[in-house]
Design a protein around this ligand. Structure first.
Ligand SMILES: Cc1ncc(COP(=O)(O)O)c(C=O)c1O
Length: 376
């Protein structure tokens, strides 16, 4: 059965990238590798919209999150965590693991971070070293106003650290212009790669914290990555198949252009929201992001919807995480997801809902998608 991967990571790997992953590997202490790595480095600056270096590490996204904590802070430091979901909460978990004091500027899952709350927390705690937050909170489908938060944090001594793991590439994000001091991301979302690579970039303000950090580290010591970057290498053996594929990924992103990709995701997001509403499902997020749409579902069938859709029709969407398990579904529209994938996914979702006893008139979801697509 043909499978449709409509989850917010991992995403479908386009054939151009998958073929690169199949090429023979070569040694990483060579000019050949340095050439590839330099191409990637240039492409990543464009993708992150930054003039600063972007380092590549072999880890899932959480590895880069840990790096952004362990390298910027010292035990006993104070930070603000502005979370609105599972992944935002992860910042606090990692930080507490290193003995960091966490001040919360968080909101209920499904809500968006209030920049004024971040401002208030900064005023009340002028000694905090950093504000950690999330761009697109994948667990709830919420987008946060990083531009506004960046404007606020930049006026203080604190640095702003943003998890852009799911939102980078698919939704407008401008590291330098929005005054974000540290950004992390990962390979299995907008980059359309297999999981296994993570990325991190820091500006000068963040590097000052690196110099002051006293947390012990080795593999995740960002200074090692900086040193090797200068000669077109990574400090440890890189996952070469993924690196070769990453070169193709950034090439494809540059070829299509970020603005076009942002617009593509925006259109699919609009059609997805319309289709959810047509199915009688209420959108869960206060400010929906452009890469994944979440909607509330009846709790008695919540888990069954995702399972039936996958097993009977080969369509994978995501369910809720933590307390939201069985209460929401999450339908992603990033990477190489196309208009036809949306139509297929929603037609199957509609059939599953009907099979599970939801009263819907057949064809409503596809009609809603068509309505939006035909208008553009
Ligand atoms: C916003 C966000 N942060 C963090 C993570 C964790 O990344 P990983 O599972 O690659 O460690 C994810 C993964 O879904 C995510 O979407």
């Amino acid at each position: 059965m043909k499978r449709y991967l409509l989850t917010p990571g991992p995403v479908t790997i386009p054939p151009e990238i998958a073929l690169k992953e199949a090429l023979p590997i070569f040694h990483h202490r060579t000019n050949e590798f340095a050439m590839v790595y330099k191409n990637i480095a240039k492409g990543l600056k464009y993708v992150f919209q930054t003039e600063n270096e972007v380092y590549v590490l072999a880890a899932s996204g959480t590895g880069a999150m840990e790096m952004a904590v362990a390298n910027l802070l010292s035990t006993g430091d104070k930070i603000i965590v502005a979370s609105c979901g599972n992944f935002g909460d992860r910042w606090a978990e990692i930080a507490r693991g290193y003995g960091i004091e966490v001040i919360s500027a968080s909101v209920r899952w499904g809500k968006t971070i209030k920049p004024v709350e971040v401002e208030r927390a900064l005023k009340e705690n002028p000694d905090v070293k950093a504000v950690y937050t999330t761009f697109t909170e994948t667990s709830t489908g919420v987008a946060n106003d990083i531009k506004a938060i960046g404007g606020i944090v930049s006026k203080t001594n604190a640095v702003l650290v943003v998890d852009a793991i799911s939102g980078l590439v698919g939704q407008e994000f401008r590291t330098d212009e929005w005054k974000v001091d540290a950004v992390i991301s990962a390979s299995q979302k907008g980059f359309m790669l297999a999981p296994g690579l993570a990325f991190i970039t820091l500006n000068g303000k963040a590097w000052k914290l690196v110099d002051a950090s006293k947390i012990p580290k080795f593999y995740f010591d960002i200074k090692k990555y900086k040193k090797f970057y200068a000669v077109g290498e990574t400090p440890f053996t890189p996952p070469l198949t993924l690196i070769t594929a990453l070169q193709e990924s950034v090439r494809l992103i540059e070829e299509r252009g970020l603005k076009n990709i942002w617009n593509d995701c925006k259109l699919l997001a609009k059609a997805t929201r319309a289709a959810m509403k047509a199915l009688g499902l209420e959108l869960f997020s206060e400010v929906p992001c452009e890469i994944v749409t979440s909607a509330s579902v009846p709790v008695d069938i919540g888990v069954k919807i995702v399972k039936t859709l996958r097993e009977k029709y080969g369509v994978s969407i995501a369910g809720g995480q933590g307390d939201l398990k069985g209460r929401i579904i999450r339908f992603a529209h990033l990477g190489c997801t196309g208009k036809a994938d949306l139509l297929a996914g929603f037609t199957c979702l509609e059939m599953v809902l009907i099979e599970l006893g939801v009263k819907i008139k057949k064809g409503k979801a596809a009609a809603a998608v068509e309505e939006i697509l035909l208008r553009t």
